[in-house]
Ligand binder design. Structure first.
Ligand SMILES: Nc1ncnc2c1ncn2[C@@H]1O[C@H](COP(=O)(O)OP(=O)(O)O)[C@@H](O)[C@H]1O
Ligand SMILES: [Mg+2]
Length: 333
């Protein structure tokens, strides 16, 4: 079966914001700016997502998730490289792609002058669907999504979670093969978030290909069959959540916050038995250990021997978070 989504060496640069361009001669370049004063949002992305997958793009703000979704949904034009969705090239067959996809944007963008049902009827008309068919399908979707009592309501009278459900109903109205959701649970309260998770699981069980972006590790872990971890416009790792977690080095990460720079103590800790790796950043020291309990006393002694007091101690279990730290040296949030 051909992939539902495929990208090859996908690149996107944006012109730098005017304020940054002006600041450059004196202030120097921001890290995201390349030599030509452009923002590098995607640095050559290679992705292949099979039909029926629930794929998650996980990464911090600025990683390039929305840009990726933008290109795949034909809203953003790539600078170079290729991308196809449901077998159609996004650059040359945009209209075909748009008919086969449903998009739930990062911020709900319903037509606020229309009622809930009218929003769906309007969308159906845009896709050339017969009005009676659209009305039936809209009613059915509103029921499935638990907002059928809101059909006549104005959009402004809906809660954030209800607006998000309207966006999902709109995305599904024309029966797309592939559904894109860009950070769909941002701003939702915990209850609405769990309800949305159930909706997404149902969409997946129905056989649709789902591509979702998120910066919530737990969400990615719970929902997605496969994840791509992104940072600074590149894919750092891509696998099932279980395989990614198994790749996180060590059994435990002992995180010590010292009262001064951790370079000397870090170098000494690297030599300790049971410590597979040590990352140092300023006064933070992270030791990847076979056993946190076994290594902690030696790590504390080593810090003291380098004239450092320990301000704070954290023990982190292997998780997507610890994998992200090991890949980037930073926390995801
Ligand atoms: N329209 C734009 N103009 C200039 N820079 C942009 C634009 N959209 C995104 N960027 C930049 O591109 C990078 C990736 O952004 P984005 O794709 O929105 O990442 P994410 O969705 O992961 O937060 C960031 O550095 C962001 O500031
Ligand atoms: Mg985004």
């Amino acid at each position: 079966m051909p992939p539902a989504i495929e990208t090859r060496a996908l690149r996107k640069t944006y012109p730098a914001p005017v304020a940054q361009r002006r600041a450059r001669p004196s202030g120097g370049a921001t890290s995201a700016l390349n030599g030509r004063g452009e923002v590098l949002a995607l640095g050559g992305l290679d992705l292949a997502i099979a039909p029926g997958e629930f794929f998650g793009l996980l990464g911090p703000n600025g990683a390039g998730k929305t840009t990726t979704i933008g290109i795949l949904t034909t809203r953003v034009r790539a600078t170079s490289g290729e991308a196809s969705v449901a077998g159609a090239d996004v650059a040359t067959h945009g209209a075909l792609v748009r008919r086969r996809i449903g998009v739930v944007p990062q911020r709900p963008n319903p037509d606020r002058g229309l009622s809930v049902l009218e929003n769906l009827l309007f969308h159906g008309a845009y896709f050339g669907l017969a009005r009676t068919h659209t009305a039936q399908r809209a009613q059915q979707l509103l029921e499935q999504l638990g907002i059928s009592d809101k059909a006549a309501a104005r959009v402004d009278d809906l809660s954030g979670g209800q607006q998000q459900r309207l966006m999902i109903a709109r995305a599904l109205l024309h029966e797309p093969d592939v559904v894109f959701l860009d950070e769909p649970t941002v701003g939702l309260d915990p209850q609405a978030r769990l309800a949305l998770w159930e909706i997404l699981r149902t969409l997946h069980r129905d056989g649709r290909t789902i591509v979702m972006t998120t910066h919530y590790m737990e969400e990615a872990d719970q929902l997605c069959g496969r994840l791509g971890i992104m940072d600074h416009g590149t894919l750092l790792a891509s696998d099932t959540p279980a395989a990614l977690k198994a790749r996180a080095p060590g059994e435990t990460i002992v995180h010590l916050q010292l009262d001064g720079d951790a370079d000397g103590a870090g170098a000494a800790c690297r030599a300790l038995a049971g410590v597979s790796r040590v990352d140092v950043s300023g006064s933070d020291l992270r030791a990847y250990c076979r056993s946190g309990a076994e290594s902690l006393p030696a790590l504390l002694r080593t810090a003291e021997a380098h004239s450092r007091s320990v301000r704070n101690i954290n023990l982190d279990k292997p998780s997507l978070e610890t994998l992200f730290i090991s890949l980037t040296g930073r926390r995801l949030d």
